[in-house]
Write a protein that binds this ligand. Structure first.
Ligand code: ADP
Ligand code: MG
Length: 716
């Protein structure tokens, strides 16, 4: 007995005596057909470690394997085919990496080639010539001859039955290589359903909800999602499970919201001297009506004795910073400290310079705290925060660290929220004996469905008005071969005394190549712009922070005419004199990203331009994005389009935060279901906020269990 199976035996022993409360929590290796080795593999490859994980490992499509086609009658238009025949001529061809296995399957009507490009040797050993096999796979045509590559293949013997409708599961190369095929998944799941009973999967949806929305039972749905007898069953199951996912998330958000509204908060009693002095003497411009309205809302929230949790949405350039600043003064006026947290070093620095500039005249000290502030300086800031001599601090994630203690933090502003996860927001709560007021600011307008799932727990303010005197930015689409004219245009603008951004893509996956093209681009720009006459600065993520900062500052202060950059400048940077945003390889940028970049110009009174420079090969989808950009500057419209084109997972870095991790539901396509679940969740919570009624028992249990597993729980 090997060491691992010995251990497994031991675990088995303990498991059987401890007798799992719930069979679904059993380790996966105890399922018939799994065992320690496969168990380990499933865990590593797909994070399937319990019966439950397997239960929720849904098929992504179904194969109709009820029909066996005779080889001579294969429909050339069919995508998949199932055949039965005798295997001959199993031959390895080629060598080294090009090695492949070729075999022939024949019946009395014809023959077809089967191919394996991977694991040729292993397959060769496991296949037996002159035996009959049942084969299923996707048809390929190569030079007019049909074949099947990597088919599912199974020896036909007396007890082989024709599979019928078969689930097709997501899997990995490694699992397949170790013989855990799609069929294995189906068999394991079948074995699972032989073990569990309906009562192991209690219904969580209250009866009236289920009746109202005509949803099938939970056990039934799980059974049918794996093994639907008909397409209709599959649909019914799918809807029910999507409904459940969205409903649970809406309940969680709803409960958070209830907690927030009940959460006691610091009472800002008055609008005091600092606020008023700033307003009457130092405000560099008149506030827009939208800014005034939002300030009023913030004033109201903070004056109730409840904690404020407010999301401030406003398109790029709508002037959120000044709102944040004045809210911070409000906190100071009431004897509290305030902080503002930005997602990047550069942004934090910019806020720091902007804010200290405005507040200097009033003698208010502001400090910057980021990962790069070290040693004595850091110590000093930390101690001033702790004893309360420092009232305003600007920073990055560094502010969240445990050793950053405030004497009396009353307001935390989070800029560009989509870079921060829900869990991070929660950490700010711990910074005072009672949580500070939270103002979350986002520059990317958020489509309604996304806002409902991501920020459903927050109150929302919108700045829907740009400061006066702005001219709409002109967006121009150009091809690589027009580069000469484009550069001439940019030079012209610079000659008028304006500044220009030239932005290159930098994508993690192709970082090296992107970096090289950035450098090549920089050299080119230096050639287009005579170095004796123009000054070019460059910023990118590989620079040491100090250098990046110096270059950025050269541009901010107007010492550099052109800034060559990667998307490190994406959010927040404010240089009103810049009037050109040239985006290189624009076809590779996402919509929201381009919108953000475009928002860097058009901040002064001058006519500004955004030039989208695209390569000669642009996919249809990229072209559509560029067209959308050229056709509108409305951030909300762009965000909706972006969400529809990309799906929520890729947007706003939400993938890491886990808020939008749905297995089946898609908040764009299933927005109808989302609306239903939101209403239903609100109804449930209105009648029974703590879910104490008997019909909500299973629901409460499940949420408690899920809360333990995720950061959702930590927020409360
Ligand atoms: P964002 O909402 O994108 O963070 P900012 O706060 O950076 O926008 O403001 C963009 C620019 O508009 C800044 O230069 C700021 O000084 C200016 N600004 C903000 N509010 C007004 C206003 N009411 N009138 C004129 N200019 C304003
Ligand atoms: Mg901003």
């Amino acid at each position: 007995m090997g060491a691992s199976s010995f251990c497994a035996g031991l675990i088995y022993y303990f498991c059987s005596i401890s007798n799992f409360q719930n069979i679904l929590e059993s380790p996966i290796e105890f399922l018939k057909g799994v065992g320690p080795q496969r168990g380990e593999l499933l865990r590593k490859e797909l994070e399937i470690s319990t019966f439950e994980d397997l239960l929720y490992h849904y098929p992504y499509r179904y194969a109709d394997r009820s029909q066996v086609t005779r080889i001579g009658f294969i429909d050339p238009k069919a995508e998949f085919v199932q055949i039965v025949g005798t295997l001959i001529n199993v031959i390895e061809e080629g060598d080294g990496r090009k090695k492949r296995l070729v075999a022939t399957l024949y019946d009395d009507t014809g023959r077809i080639e089967l191919l394996w490009f991977q694991r040729a040797q292993w397959m060769k050993k496991s296949l037996k010539e002159h035996e009959r096999y049942i084969v299923y796979g996707k048809l390929n045509y190569f030079n007019g001859i049909v074949n099947i590559a990597h088919p599912e293949i199974e020896l036909l013997n007396a007890d082989t039955s024709i599979p019928g409708r078969q689930p097709v599961y997501p899997t990995t190369e490694k699992l397949r290589a170790k013989g855990v095929t799609n069929r294995s998944f189906a068999k394991l799941t079948q074995a699972l359903f032989e073990k569990i009973k309906a009562h192991d999967i209690p219904e969580i949806l209250p009866d009236d909800v289920r009746n109202n929305f005509r949803l099938c039972g939970r056990f039934q749905a799980l059974r049918w999602i794996h093994f639907p007898d008909t397409e209709e069953h599959e649909q019914v199951a799918r809807i029910r499970l999507k409904w459940e996912e969205l409903f649970l998330s809406q309940l969680k958000i709803g409960r958070l919201r209830l907690q927030h509204t009940a959460q006691a908060g610091w009472h800002f009693e008055k609008v005091g001297e600092l606020f008023n002095t700033f307003f009457s003497e130092h405000l560099p411009f008149a506030l827009t009506n939208a800014q005034k309205r939002v300030l009023k809302e913030i004033r109201q929230d903070t004056g109730t004795g409840k904690q404020m949790n407010r999301l401030l949405q406003g398109d790029v350039g709508s002037g959120k910073t000044i709102v944040a600043l004045m809210s911070m003064l409000l906190a100071l006026d009431n004897g509290f400290q305030a902080c503002i947290m930005a997602p990047t070093e550069i942004l934090a620095q910019q806020h720091f310079f902007g804010i200290s500039d405005l507040l200097q005249k009033m003698g208010i000290q502001v400090e910057l705290l980021t990962g790069n502030v070290k040693g004595k300086q850091r110590k000093e800031i930390l101690s001033q925060l702790a004893d309360g001599t420092l009232r305003i601090v600007v920073g990055t994630h560094a502010l969240l660290e445990e050793n950053v203690q405030f004497q009396n933090l009353g307001l935390a502003v989070i800029d560009e929220q989509h870079r921060f996860g829900v869990g991070q927001r929660a950490r700010l709560w711990q910074k005072n004996t009672m949580p500070p007021h939270i103002l979350v600011m986002t520059a990317t307008p958020i489509p309604r469905t996304l806002a409902m799932t991501m920020y459903g727990d927050l109150d929302v303010s919108v700045i829907d008005e740009l400061p006066p005197g702005r001219q709409p930015i002109k967006t121009i689409f150009a091809r690589d071969n027009q580069r000469g004219r484009v550069m001439e245009f940019v030079r012209n603008e610079v000659n008028k005394g304006r500044q220009a951004y030239i932005v290159y893509p930098l994508i993690e996956e192709s970082e090296k190549m992107d970096y090289e093209s950035l450098m090549a681009g920089y050299e080119q720009v230096k050639m287009w712009f005579n170095e004796n006459k123009y000054r070019i600065a460059m910023v990118h993520g590989r620079q040491e922070a100090g250098e990046r900062e110096r270059n950025m500052q050269r541009f901010v202060k107007g010492e550099a005419n052109v800034l060559v950059a990667t998307t490190v400048i994406e959010v927040g940077v404010n240089v009103p004199n810049a009037s050109v945003m040239l985006i290189e390889s624009a076809e590779r940028f996402g919509l929201s990203q381009m919108h953000q970049l475009r928002g860097r110009v058009g901040r002064g009174a001058e006519q500004s331009y955004c030039i989208l420079l695209a390569g000669s090969k642009v996919s249809e989808e990229s072209y559509k994005r560029l067209q959308i950009m050229a056709s509108t500057t409305d951030g909300f419209k762009i965000a909706e389009e972006d969400l529809a084109m990309r799906g929520p997972g890729d947007m706003y870095g939400t993938r890491q935060s886990g808020v939008l991790k749905f297995k089946l539901a898609d908040i764009v396509q299933d927005s109808g279901i989302l609306e239903q679940t939101r209403t239903a969740a609100m109804q449930v919570l209105t009648n029974d906020p703590k879910l104490l009624l008997p019909q909500h028992y299973a629901l409460r249990e499940l949420l408690a269990q899920q809360g333990k597993q995720s950061h959702w729980g930590k927020i409360s």
